[in-house]
Design a protein around this ligand. Structure first.
Ligand code: ZN
Length: 282
């Protein structure tokens, strides 16, 4: 599943391709996305058709496409735009209208001039919704702070202090911190030397170290244009290079880069956890 660095890479690639372009039409395949839900095609058209894209940005794992204000000037749709979540296998491509649409193309924004922004999703766990305004979207409103741009160590320390949950579950909880998933949580916990099952509150005094570890893990991913385990590709269809730079995720049985001990893998509630039993003690 794409996490913050993969989404950030896509946003940085997408923004210059679509900024300033006017949306002429919105198309939907008719197939339900995220858990079979219908796409709000009427809402997407109301938000997008006839508008130009002001820019593309990221919050957590969400891609936000801002459109310019209502041309009628009434300000009714100020802050409106389109919200995209890639789910497990979602991809975005900008291609000429004349290029054939690949299988699993589910939502298309057609631009004046002929190009299309295409949302392709084989497993259909992703979603595309109108935001009227974006800031009013319930899923976005429920997100915690973004670890790169919003979270600070005192706020993290306060949140950790009241949390009995294991640190891994704490970091994965999008309501606490937006954007982390299984890969970058494993990397951050290795960097800070904390066992994934350690109670979150025991890291409260080390919140600054933990935040630095989270940011370092994310920065590594962004610098290498994301981690491609299976499906993730950037806006140009290229795989990211971060897989070979991972410190602990996916390295079970290989020697710890710090101490040489064999990296362990275990599965908790269906999710794999990777850690060094010597460097990351409970
Ligand atoms: Zn180690």
């Amino acid at each position: 599943m794409p996490e913050l660095p993969e989404v950030e890479t896509i946003v940085r690639g997408l923004d210059p391709l679509v900024r300033g372009r006017r949306i002429e039409a919105v198309w939907w395949s008719g197939q339900g996305l995220h858990l079979g839900r219908k796409v709000d095609l009427r809402g997407l058209r109301a938000v997008a058709v006839g508008r130009a894209i002001d820019g593309v940005r990221r919050r957590g794992k969400y891609i936000l496409i801002d459109v310019d204000a209502d041309p009628a000037g009434r300000g009714r749709d100020a802050g409106a735009g389109i919200i995209i979540h890639l789910g497990m296998t979602g991809r975005l491509r900008v291609q000429p209208k004349s290029a054939p649409r690949v299988p699993h193309t589910h939502v298309v924004l057609a631009f004046a001039g002929g190009d299309e922004l295409r949302f392709v999703d084989a497993r259909r766990f992703g979603w595309v919704t109108p935001g009227r305004p974006i800031a009013g979207d319930a899923a976005l409103a429920a997100l915690g702070p973004d670890p790169l741009t919003e979270l600070d160590a005192p706020a993290l320390a306060a949140a950790l202090g009241g949390a009995r949950t294991p640190i891994k579950a704490f970091l994965l909880d999008q309501r606490r911190i937006a954007g982390l998933g299984n890969i970058y949580v494993a990397e951050a916990l290795f960097r800070v030397g904390a066992h994934p099952a350690m109670p979150a509150k025991r890291l409260a005094r080390r919140a600054d170290e933990l935040l630095a570890a989270v940011r370092a893990a994310l920065a590594s991913g962004i610098a290498r244009r994301g981690t491609s385990l299976r499906d993730y590709v950037d806006i140009d269809g290229e795989r990211g290079d971060n897989l070979s730079a991972l410190l602990v995720y996916g390295r079970q049985g290989e020697p710890c880069l710090r101490c040489g001990t064999s990296i362990r893998r275990r599965v908790d509630s269906g999710r794999a956890t990777f850690f060094c039993p010597r460097c990351q003690r409970r």
